[in-house]
Write a protein that binds this ligand. Structure first.
Ligand code: ADP
Ligand code: MG
Length: 493
């Protein structure tokens, strides 16, 4: 039944008739129970698969079925708020579609919309792929807060890419409102530049590239689902021995996220000697948070412009690696692993590259010189590693919760070598553990050999060396097992 019943207004053709109410949903996929929209079926039970078009929304919001007896029309009764613009667009462009739906008491519940490729006359930028991509993006977005004018989406991880001007235009029409507001404004301005006849080809190219980069990022809500602390602990223990203090801290962070459903205001800085598992912890945290991660290696950055991008006035201009990292992650929620924060050095550019990170870390948004747009950074979780805290500026330090990681004792190194490093190498070399055995004295000899180095990296190399030697002996000497004693280790390493 129509929501707006223009009684006594006989066929006022200039007035659009809105037949539906919107409902708010966060469902991530559609089913007959959670449909995209509901059509009136009070006069007619519609088939499971139905063909037709959405009516031009400037007349009436309904669907025209291609029935056996010609066109039969049914009003839209309800729509998931996220899909309002998409249906308007399908209607305005008269795009033939196939619906999948089920007749229910309250109406025909449509849970799938596909484009019907009609004799090449397709309007869609990438035909059905684009429509499915758009629908997927809409489903991955939270329900819009302001249900009337505002609906939709986020990007999804298939190989659909928004690059051509046509795709960009269609995307902005159908899912533009899924973007943060300042990015919507920015995108319209850049699209105007990209289409303008009055700017140089260079400028147009830059605008198109910037749009493509930006629109391929899913702008997710900063709401974080709860994380199972027991599962998190399992992941940490599986990859790393000991490190109780760090693990405790990670679990505390998770409990905090479960309570607030947002990321903590501070990232973490892991400080300690080389090879003590700092990077490994950072990757484990990304896995636990179920976020894509990206690494910034500060030791290879000597110019702030590498991070911030270069202004479009230069012909070889490009976005900075922070922006590229968002693009590579494909979404706005990600873990930034900033390796060797203490190694950033000031180069030819002005200023210290590390200080550029301040804006990224402040949660106030990051501005890339090429994009000329402020990127929200509320979904960024930074984890930095450093060997020498004293080389990090005070403002930068104050942005992190600092966790000191001590070197391992010889006893700990023994456990890590025999329970983590060696088994890991053997697995990688497809060897069974009994094929390569070290006596207790041999183990002492390995640890003693690397007494003067920090961390586990040398021990991992030793494990690889030993395993490779064992494999050689097994393959060439027809042995089934090699047992190393201290003497053999001394000769080998
Ligand atoms: N506590 C640990 N348990 C198991 N393996 C470890 C541990 N600490 C370090 N490693 C291993 O040592 C190697 C070096 O660790 P990494 O995280 O790269 O060190 P860092 O970043 O501190 O220099 C990795 O392969 C890692 O798996
Ligand atoms: Mg490291």
């Amino acid at each position: 039944m129509p929501v707006f019943d223009f009684k006594g207004a006989p066929a006022d053709k200039t007035r659009a008739v809105l037949t539906y109410t919107v409902f708010s949903s966060d469902a991530s996929e559609a089913s007959p129970d959670q449909p995209i929209l509901i059509l009136n079926n009070s006069t007619h039970q519609w088939p499971h698969h139905a063909h037709g078009i959405f009516t031009n929304p400037s007349h009436r919001t309904s669907f025209e079925f291609d029935g056996e007896n010609g066109i039969e029309s049914a009003d839209i009764l309800k729509i998931d708020a996220r899909f309002v613009s998409l249906l308007k667009w399908l209607g305005a462009n008269r795009i033939p579609v196939r619906l999948s739906g089920e007749n229910r008491e309250g109406g025909y519940a449509v849970y799938r919309i596909r484009e019907k490729a009609f004799g090449g006359g397709s309007k869609l930028s990438a035909e059905d792929g684009f429509l499915q991509y758009m629908i997927e993006r809409l489903f991955s977005s939270p329900a819009p807060k302001n249900t009337e004018e505002n609906q939709d989406a986020e990007i999804s991880g298939d190989d659909m890419k928004i690059t051509s001007i046509q795709t960009i235009t269609d995307f902005l029409t159908c899912a533009g409102s899924t973007l943060p507001e300042n990015i919507q404004v920015w995108a319209r301005r850049n699209l105007a530049v990209a289409k303008s006849a009055e700017v140089s080809p260079e400028e147009k190219r830059h605008a198109q590239r910037a749009l493509s980069t930006m629109l391929n990022i899913r702008w997710k809500s900063n709401y974080f689902d709860s994380i199972d602390p027991a599962e998190a602990r399992r992941i940490l223990d599986e990859e790393l021995y000991g490190m109780e203090k760090v693990k405790q801290r990670v679990i505390e962070t998770i409990i905090q996220i479960n309570r607030t459903h947002t990321l903590p205001a501070y990232g973490i800085l892991l400080a300690g000697p080389a090879g003590t598992g700092k990077s490994q912890i950072a990757y484990a945290v990304a896995r636990i948070l179920k976020l894509p991660w990206t690494t910034l290696d500060m030791s290879s950055i000597n110019d702030p412009e590498q991070l911030t991008g270069s202004s479009r006035v230069y012909s070889n201009a490009k976005p900075g690696i922070i922006m590229e990292a968002f693009a590579a992650a494909g979404e706005s929620n990600l873990v930034f692993i900033i390796n060797e924060l203490d190694k950033a050095s000031a180069g030819k550019g002005s200023g210290n590259p590390a200080d550029v990170l301040l804006t990224l870390l402040d949660n106030l948004g990051f501005t890339d010189n090429y994009m000329e747009c402020m990127i929200p950074t509320g979904g960024v979780y930074p984890i930095a590693t450093a060997n020498d805290k004293s080389k990090i500026s005070a403002p930068l330090m104050s942005r992190f919760a600092v966790i000191d990681i001590p070197d391992y004792t010889p006893e700990e190194k023994k456990v890590i070598f025999s329970r983590f490093a060696l088994p890991k190498i053997l697995r990688r070399m497809r060897m069974r553990e009994e094929e390569c055995i070290l006596t207790p004295e041999a183990l002492d000899a390995v640890i003693g050999r690397y007494r003067d180095t920090t961390g586990i990296r040398d021990l991992e190399q030793a494990a690889e060396h030993i395993a490779a030697n064992a494999l050689y002996q097994i393959e060439t000497g027809h042995k089934t097992q090699v047992i190393y004693d201290a003497e053999m280790i001394h000769q080998l390493l």
